[in-house]
Design a protein around this ligand. Structure first.
Ligand code: COI
Length: 354
């Protein structure tokens, strides 16, 4: 463990919390009083500091700005009815963070730095955890290359940071989705499974074009044939067909191994619903819709939690749903919220006490 003396803590003189209306918070606009910062130099992590949230001073030649060695995670902290703070499954995000780091040729962040740094930061800013339904404290760990140099090679120095943002829902209402068959998010051998900043930057044009057509997000399809579905915008995706739930598998390394995805697979199985992780084609989805067996479609993600999909558009075919009648998605959402907000027993050890 990183001992107390290894993390230097400088507290903010005044808190910004009193200026913030914790009702109806937008996603990711406000940040708590403190942040964590650490430097990687000469093969080791040093200068671990928790300090007042503040701008960074950086050189215009900062490597991350030019070549995109930048990765991040999204994690959420909640408060139970007694006011005790918990973080949801952070160890899974920690592991995925280092999988992303390895793919981007970045150094590993030690477990003690990630977990203990996060715990101490959240403990310090605990009063920023909103308590109203569908709200949480979003934890954003991230790492970027920090060499001041404009040649293409892995940086020798990096910064690891954690910031905290009290937030409301990412997607407030059921969504309309455009099935993308021109642009590509990821292909086998690429970086689709990494939570790399570039994956999000490269998705924005397709999303903007879908928005112009009246849709909220795109459902990505495979790079070779645009036949198999991958994930939606910032979420993994589940299709309830007959009495099964089907979600794209992770085999090709083209989709993110979502922590909420894994959680939902477990909860569905506990509800007695068989889950299939396998390639799922858009043709199979349309056939199931036409046969009346495609019952529900939903996205899962840390930011998005569980988001209902009320419409899918593929070429000239529109699949629309009356989400008010849905049972599976509603139950999954409620079960998950009850665990996270401390109203149900956490039988899986998912809630990590701060
Ligand atoms: C998350 O779900 O935590 C994400 O990182 C998605 C998005 C906000 C980029």
């Amino acid at each position: 463990m990183i001992e107390a003396m290894d993390i230097s803590v400088t507290k903010a003189e005044t808190s910004k919390l009193n200026d913030l209306n914790l009702e109806n918070l937008p996603f990711g606009r406000y940040f708590s009083d403190h942040m964590l910062e650490a430097d990687y130099e000469n093969g080791e992590w040093k200068n671990v500091e928790i300090k007042p949230y503040q701008p960074l001073l950086m050189s215009p030649s900062l490597a991350a700005l030019h070549y995109g060695q930048a990765i991040f995670e999204g994690i959420k902290a909640y408060r139970d009815p007694q006011g005790k703070a918990f973080i949801f499954r952070p160890i899974d995000n920690f592991r995925r963070f280092n999988i992303s780091a390895a793919r981007m040729q970045m150094p590993e962040v030690p477990e003690e730095l990630f977990m203990e740094g996060m715990r101490r930061l959240v403990q310090l800013d605990k009063s920023w955890i909103p308590s109203q339904p569908d709200h949480s404290l979003y934890i954003r760990p991230f790492m970027f290359s920090s060499d001041e140099m404009i040649g293409v090679r892995p940086s020798e120095t990096y910064k690891f940071m954690i910031i905290l943002s009290p937030t409301g829902p990412y997607y407030a209402a059921p969504m309309r989705i455009y099935v993308e068959e021109h642009y590509v998010r990821a292909c086998a051998g690429g970086i689709g499974y990494a939570k790399a900043a570039g994956n999000y930057g490269s998705s924005m044009l397709a999303t903007a074009e879908a928005r112009k057509k009246g849709y909220d997000q795109v459902l990505w399809t495979d790079a070779h044939e645009h036949k198999y579905v991958q994930e939606i915008g910032t979420m993994n995706v589940f299709f309830v067909i007959g009495n099964k739930a089907i979600t794209p598998d992770l085999e090709q390394g083209t989709i993110l191994n979502g922590v909420t995805r894994q959680t939902v697979i477990t909860l569905l199985q506990e509800m007695g619903i068989e889950v299939e992780e396998r390639p799922l084609s858009i043709d199979e989805i349309i056939e199931a819709y036409q046969a009346g067996t495609l019952k529900e479609v939903f996205g899962t993600g840390t930011a998005a939690t569980i988001t209902l999909i009320r419409e899918l558009k593929y070429k000239d075919t529109v699949l629309s749903f009356d989400t008010d009648t849905w049972k599976v998605t509603t139950q999954i959402k409620e079960t998950l919220n009850n665990i996270r907000e401390g109203r149900s027993e956490d039988t899986h050890g998912w809630m990590w006490p701060v």
